[in-house]
Design a protein around this ligand. Structure first.
Ligand code: NDP
Length: 485
């Protein structure tokens, strides 16, 4: 049977664009449909704008430190309008880059929503239909609000980048990557941040010692973090709900509170009036905004997937095998829509492995082991491999760990501490996990990740000469384990 295309990709995010480009460069006839902006979550409403906001927020700490180093510097006002204008210009530029990458590799792209009508046919919202030998679903995910009355009054991460003004006060609900990163960002930008996390410690699943230091540092920087606390009820703030207002943020930085439709850019979620919130600890407060960072679900609704026989999992994800193939042989899926490891570089890897498998005749399973990752909290965390808690369930381990005030903050008499930790197998001496909490930890863990992926032992770390004077030299100079388990 002759198909219109060799490959039809649904979704123009990092994974989909990479797979489309690489397949097309190898000679395949490829099309791609995207209903929103090209670049997907990472470029448009995730990693990229988030990291730029981290940069913006970190300047808040600069004058204090600079003064200790002899500079006469003081903190002026933060201009959200100027920053977000620049941010949007940058995102427009990046979106154009993505469009051009597709065009230049010969991919036909369609600005349309796509759904499947059979195992080889894609129907677009424009009314056109195309057949393809292979279909790749790379539709990503979306943030979810908790299932509770008035949850629509809260924003989600997509909305943050569209705000016309920053709120004076915000309640962030959740303790994962997004909650903790935005707590640091908004706090740095002068917003009065309260964070509720229902569990005992933020960043569940990461190394206990590392997340403990991050939580402590976040509190030191002024984030009002409540552990073991969740949102119980919420409603528009009104005479009936006259609890204390948490909006004591810096006027210099903020301007008027957010909350009315005219405060928001076109397309932004209407976060309504300030919100009254009752917490599980019984407290009642009013916040200018509530921000739910309570997880993300795969984008699989209303795509005709189940109708054509694609198996969908409990969270709405497409169930795939190690080659990213779904239960329908012609349909593959990569990235967040598969709910494996929801990280951009992983989606890109999965896209490359898909092309290798399907178009280059070289079956390539995706390697999800030892993925280094960074969490852009303030302080930042870089991590690869197992946490101490995970490793000690598996085998006897030695723990090497040091936490100290680095030279730069000690000189400025600032409290900031860093942490470097290695989890080592007693039997094989292999480094099973490396955890860093420090400025630039994301950059450092990329390099440590190579050694650990290669199977480096503690002795390999030991025989590497320290780079002096740096914080990270501690990673090769820790001689004695602080404990064994
Ligand atoms: P996560 O799944 O990491 O965190 C969700 C948080 O919300 C958890 O703390 C969870 O609590 C809490 N939660 C879930 N449901 C409720 C509820 N009903 N009421 C109260 N709290 C609730 O999701 P994120 O949205 O933070 O991030 C999604 C994914 O995006 C991450 O897993 C990561 O893969 C990716 N990401 C990566 C980044 C990076 O690489 N730097 C940055 C941002 C996102 P509990 O722990 O109790 O379940």
């Amino acid at each position: 049977m002759a198909f219109d295309y060799d490959l039809f990709v649904i979704g123009g995010g990092s994974g989909g664009v990479r797979a489309a480009r690489v397949a097309a460069s190898g000679g395949a006839k490829v099309a791609l449909a995207e209903e929103d902006r090209y670049g997907g979550t990472c470029v448009i409403r995730g990693c990229v704008p988030k990291k730029l906001m981290v940069f913006a927020s970190e300047f808040a700490g600069t004058p204090d430190q600079a003064r200790a180093y002899g500079w006469d510097l003081s903190l002026g006002a933060f201009d959200w309008t100027a920053f977000s204008g620049q941010l949007n210009t940058e995102l427009d530029r990046l979106e154009e880059v993505y469009r051009n990458l597709l065009k230049n590799s010969g991919v036909d792209s369609f600005d349309a929503r796509a759904r499947l009508t059979d195992a080889h046919t894609v129907e677009l919202s424009t009314g056109k239909s195309f057949t393809a030998k292979h279909i790749l679903v790379a539709t990503g995910g979306h943030p979810v609000r908790p299932d509770m009355p008035n949850a629509h009054l809260g924003m989600v991460s997509d909305d943050i980048f569209k705000l016309k003004k920053l709120p004076k006060s915000v309640l962030i609900v959740g303790g994962g990557y997004i909650a903790c990163e935005f707590a640091g960002i908004l706090n740095g930008l002068g917003v009065n941040v309260t964070q509720y996390y229902r569990g005992a410690q933020i960043l569940r699943g990461f190394d206990d010692e590392a997340r403990g230091l991050i939580a402590e540092s976040m509190q030191e920087k002024g984030i009002d973090l409540h552990l073991g606390t969740n949102i119980l009820e919420m409603a528009p703030a009104s005479a009936d709900h006259s609890a204390s207002h948490a909006g004591t943020g810096s006027d210099a930085a903020m301007g008027a509170p957010v909350g009315t439709t005219q405060d928001l850019l076109p397309g932004a979620e209407d976060t309504g009036e300030p919100v009254w919130v009752k917490a599980t600890n019984g407290s009642e407060n009013v916040f200018d905004a509530v921000f739910f960072a309570t997880g993300r679900d795969p984008n699989t609704a209303d795509m005709g997937l189940e109708e054509v026989g694609v198996k969908i999992g409990r969270r709405g994800e497409i169930v795939v095998d190690e080659y990213s193939q779904s239960s329908v042989p012609s349909i593959y899926a990569i990235g967040d829509v598969t709910n494996r490891v929801a990280l951009t570089p992983v989606a890109i890897r999965e896209g490359m492995a898909f092309v290798e498998t399907v178009f280059n005749g070289n079956p390539t399973p995706v390697d999800h082991e030892l993925i280094p990752t960074a969490i852009f909290t303030q302080p930042e965390m870089g991590t690869v491999g197992m946490s101490e808690e995970e490793a000690r369930e598996q085998e006897p381990v030695e723990i090497y760990c040091t936490s100290f005030r680095p030279m730069k903050s000690a000189f400025a008499n600032q409290p900031d501490r860093v942490l470097f930790k290695l989890v080592v197998s007693k039997a094989t001496r292999k480094v099973l996990g490396c955890h860093m909490v420090a400025p630039g930890a994301g950059e450092m863990i990329q390099l440590a990740g190579i050694a650990i992926k290669m199977g480096a032992t503690k002795e390999d770390f030991d025989r590497t000469v320290a780079v002096h004077p740096t914080m990270s030299e501690e990673i090769v100079t820790m001689r004695e384990p602080i404990r064994t388990a």
